[in-house]
Design a protein around this ligand. Structure first.
Ligand code: ADP
Ligand code: ADP
Length: 229
C-alpha cells in the first residue's frame, strides 16, 4: 500500500486545465520531487495531495483511505495533525522571535507554553539555528529564516511535509544548505517529503523524481535530476 497516492487526478481553474489525470504514489519514508516547468501543475498537485484543493475528478488516498471525499473540516484536521507545509519564503511572523514563531503551531494546537517553547528550542537546534532563538526574522538572513520556517513546519511532527519551491527565494548555495538540513532531519524523523521544484539541484536531493508536463506525468521519466546527477 502506498503511503500517499493520486489516482487520475483532474483539476481545472475555470476553463484552465491544471491537472489532466495525474497518478503517482509516495512510499513510507520517501522523499519525492515533483518537477516540471512553470505552469505544468506542480502546485495544484501539491495542494490536491495535501487536502487543500479538491480534485474535480480522480482520487487522493492517504494510508489507504480516500481524503478527497472528506469534508472541509475533516481535511483541515488532517492537515493540522498529519501534514506540514513549507512554502517559498516569508512565512514567519515578523513581530515574533524565532522561538515564538516555531512554538506558534503548538500553541494553536493547545500545547502549554512551557512545553511549546521547549519543543521550539529543540527544533531550532535540529536545524542548526538554536543561537537565533531570540531574534526576529528581520534580523536574520534569508537562509536562517527559512531554516526557522522548516523548524516551524516540523515542530508538530507531521508524517508528511509538503514543500512548494522551498528554496526558490534563496541563492543556490544557501538553498542547498537549507535543503541539506531539511532532508537530514526528515530522514532522522522518517518524515515523508513531497518537494515541488523547477530546480534540478533541488530535485537531486530526492529519492525519486516525477516530472509533470502540461498537467500530466511525463512518461519519459526523464526529469531534471537526471542531468544534474
Ligand atoms: P476559480 O476559477 O477556481 O474560481 P479564479 O480564476 O477565480 O479561480 O482565481 C482564484 C484566485 O487565483 C484569484 O485570487 C486569482 O487572482 C488567482 N489566480 C488567477 N489566475 C491565476 C494564475 N494563472 N496563476 C495563479 N493564480 C491565479
Ligand atoms: P506550477 O506550480 O507548475 O507552476 P500551477 O499548478 O501553479 O503550476 O498551475 C497550473 C495551471 O493552472 C497554470 O496554467 C496556471 O496558470 C493555472 N492556475 C494556477 N492557479 C490558478 C488559479 N488560482 N486560478 C486560475 N488559474 C490558475
Amino acid at each position: 500500500m502506498s503511503f500517499l497516492e493520486a489516482r487520475g487526478v483532474v483539476r481545472s481553474y475555470g476553463q484552465t486545465p491544471a491537472l489532466r489525470g495525474v497518478s503517482l504514489d509516495v512510499q513510507e519514508g520517501e522523499i519525492l520531487a515533483v518537477t516540471g516547468p512553470s505552469g505544468c501543475g506542480k502546485s495544484t498537485l501539491l495542494h490536491c495531495l495535501a487536502g487543500i484543493l479538491r480534485p474535480d475528478a480522480g482520487e487522493v488516498l492517504y494510508r489507504g483511505h480516500r481524503i478527497d471525499t472528506l469534508t472541509e473540516s475533516a481535511r483541515a484536521r488532517l492537515r493540522r495533525t498529519e501534514f506540514g507545509v513549507l512554502f517559498q519564503f516569508g512565512q514567519l511572523v515578523s513581530e515574533l522571535t524565532a522561538a515564538e514563531n516555531v512554538a506558534l503551531p503548538l500553541l494553536l494546537a493547545g500545547t502549554g507554553r512551557r512545553e511549546a517553547r521547549t519543543a521550539a528550542l529543540t527544533w531550532l537546534d535540529r536545524l542548526g539555528v538554536a543561537d537565533l532563538a531570540e531574534q526576529r526574522p528581520g534580523e536574520m538572513s534569508g537562509g536562517q529564516q527559512q531554516r526557522c520556517a522548516v523548524a516551524r513546519a516540523l515542530v508538530t511532527e507531521p508524517r508528511v511535509l509538503f514543500c512548494d519551491e522551498p528554496t526558490g527565494a534563496l541563492d543556490s548555495l544557501t538553498g542547498e544548505q537549507v535543503l541539506g538540513h531539511l532532508v537530514r532531519v526528515a530522514r532522522q524523523q522518517g518524515t515523508v517529503v513531497v518537494l515541488v521544484t523547477h530546480d534540478a539541484r533541488v530535485a537531486g536531493y530526492a529519492d525519486r523524481e516525477v516530472a509533470l508536463r502540461d498537467g500530466l506525468v511525463d512518461p519519459s521519466g526523464l526529469g531534471l535530476a537526471a542531468g544534474a546527477r
